[in-house]
Design a protein around this ligand. Structure first.
Ligand SMILES: NC(=O)c1ccc[n+]([C@@H]2O[C@H](COP(=O)([O-])OP(=O)(O)OC[C@H]3O[C@@H](n4cnc5c(N)ncnc54)[C@H](O)[C@@H]3O)[C@@H](O)[C@H]2O)c1
Length: 437
């Protein structure tokens, strides 16, 4: 990848398009608006709060990330969405039950109510547990063309200079990439033939890439993670990233597991179970959607611990993940982890984690950062998979044949080094021998 010679400034309005106006999407837009009105702070967002060290420790140059790289300002963001359920942003946020109605939703009701979802490309063959009347019809190619028309109309009506799309829709049933996903040509032909291997999320990704709009996938379903769309992204010069926002239990796993490995502590088992009662939990109650989530959640430990390199430490580890739909909990998930580790001479120890987590509170700043960083990537002329954004994903997309990096600390270092690289700043190695000369 070539270092960009120039990054276009972040002038004008940035439209953020959200397929899926549920818990995560409404928590995200409500948080941006609350920040703009000075009612809340964007905690959890690197683009808004994190600093970045430049040069040597003695140089004392540590600006905010947003003061180093040109990012769209929160004031310049506008939002659009699609959803088969016709609730506007306010009604959907109230139903999601993540944010406090009187304290956080009612004060911005005018803004949230103004976000009305466009008719979705939706099919219950891919998400079995929900349905709604706000849908498009026609074959898959025609529906993708309608999405493209929606994108153009939104841009025009809202006076946007640039757009990005972040999939916040439900988790679709498990699918493996097949022959029709190989090239843009086979993909287009299959759309025209209404092939069942093309899921709605792929049509959004296709429409986005055809319109030159960067695309991120916050769910574990394939969407843009197929050769046809990766090729299209490069051909059309569009950056993409995926899959599955790294929140909750997987966030904890990718924080804890690198710690065990750096200390060369063994792991004999990691049992994870969750109870959650939101709409996402209901969708994941369907075994086909759960299978997609399970695959996404299982990969992280294997990649971090590298059992093939450390067979005595990790060769026999038993890893199990369960998700249980339990309506009384709503969005306030509880995730238990029982971790069986061993140390010196094989003596066993146990760690128990009980994370009373708020999934959408953890996911919302990820949507913001992905939107702003993908917009930056587009202005820096980067295209295809943006691996430096793997920090935000449970199942990071990578170049073909390259294993993903799951260790959150390496991912964070990679993200910041990419920002330094983009701005022509020295890369951070943490070697530090020069301080002792
Ligand atoms: N909450 C988290 O922390 C978290 C973390 C990682 C991933 N995710 C994923 O993000 C997605 C959103 O999560 P959520 O909690 O907001 O779920 P949610 O059920 O509250 O919202 C999803 C919305 O997407 C809509 N939808 C489904 N298919 C669609 C389509 N084809 N087009 C347009 N809209 C569609 C649904 O009607 C629903 O309103 C899920 O796939 C979830 O697995 C969430």
């Amino acid at each position: 990848m070539k270092q960009p010679s120039k990054i276009e400034p972040a002038e004008g309005k940035l439209g953020i398009l959200l397929p899926g106006l549920g818990a995560v999407a409404t928590t995200f837009v409500a948080g941006v608006e609350a920040s703009r009105r000075g009612l809340a702070q964007p905690f959890g967002s690197l683009t808004q709060m994190n600093t970045i060290r430049l040069g040597k420790r003695t140089d004392e140059r540590t600006p905010l990330i947003k003061d180093l790289v040109p990012l769209a300002d929160l004031e310049n963001l506008v939002f659009g969405a699609w959803d088969p359920i016709p609730d506007d942003g306010y009604s959907s946020a109230v139903k999601a039950g993540v944010l406090h109605k009187e304290n956080h939703l009612d004060p911005i009701k005018d803004f949230l109510s103004s976000i009305k979802p466009m008719p979705a490309v939706f099919d219950t063959a891919y998400v079995k547990k929900l349905d709604g009347p706000n849908k498009k019809s026609g074959n898959k190619f025609e529906q993708a063309e309608e999405l493209r028309a929606d994108i153009r109309r939104f841009k025009e009506e809202n006076g946007c200079d640039r757009l990005v799309m972040v999939w916040c829709g439900s988790t679709e049933v498990f699918m493996r990439p097949g022959a029709i996903h190989e090239s843009p040509e086979s993909f287009e032909q299959a759309m025209k033939e209404n092939d069942e291997s093309i899921a709605p999320s792929m049509l959004y990704a296709y429409a986005s890439l055809m319109e030159g709009v960067p695309y991120a996938n916050g769910a574990p379903n394939l969407s843009a993670d197929i050769p046809a769309l990766e090729t299209l992204a490069i051909d059309n010069g569009v950056p993409i990233g995926g899959k599955d926002f790294k929140t909750g239990q997987t966030l904890m796993k990718t924080i804890l597991a690198p710690g065990f490995k750096t200390r060369m502590l063994g792991l004999s088992g990691w049992f994870s179970t969750n109870i959650l009662g939101n709409r996402d939990g209901e969708v994941l109650d369907d075994p086909a959607s759960f299978k997609t989530k399970e695959e996404s959640k299982l990969g992280a430990l294997e990649h971090i611990l590298q059992p093939e390199m450390y067979p005595d430490l990790y060769g026999d580890m038993y890893h199990k993940v369960r998700i249980n739909y339990y309506p009384p909990r709503g969005d306030n998930k509880e995730g238990w982890d029982n971790i069986d580790i061993f140390g010196w001479m094989g003596y066993h120890m146990q760690i128990k984690v009980d994370f009373l987590c708020r999934d959408s509170i953890l996911a919302a700043p990820i949507v913001l950062d992905l939107a702003l960083f993908l917009d930056l990537a587009a202005r820096a002329d980067l295209s295809g998979v943006q691996e430096w954004l793997s920090f935000y994903f449970k199942a990071p997309q990578t170049a073909p044949g390259l294993y993903p990096e799951h260790d959150i600390f390496i991912q964070h270092w990679k993200l910041k080094n990419t920002l330094r690289w983009l701005m022509g700043e020295e890369m951070m190695t943490h070697l530090g021998v020069e301080y002792y000369d």
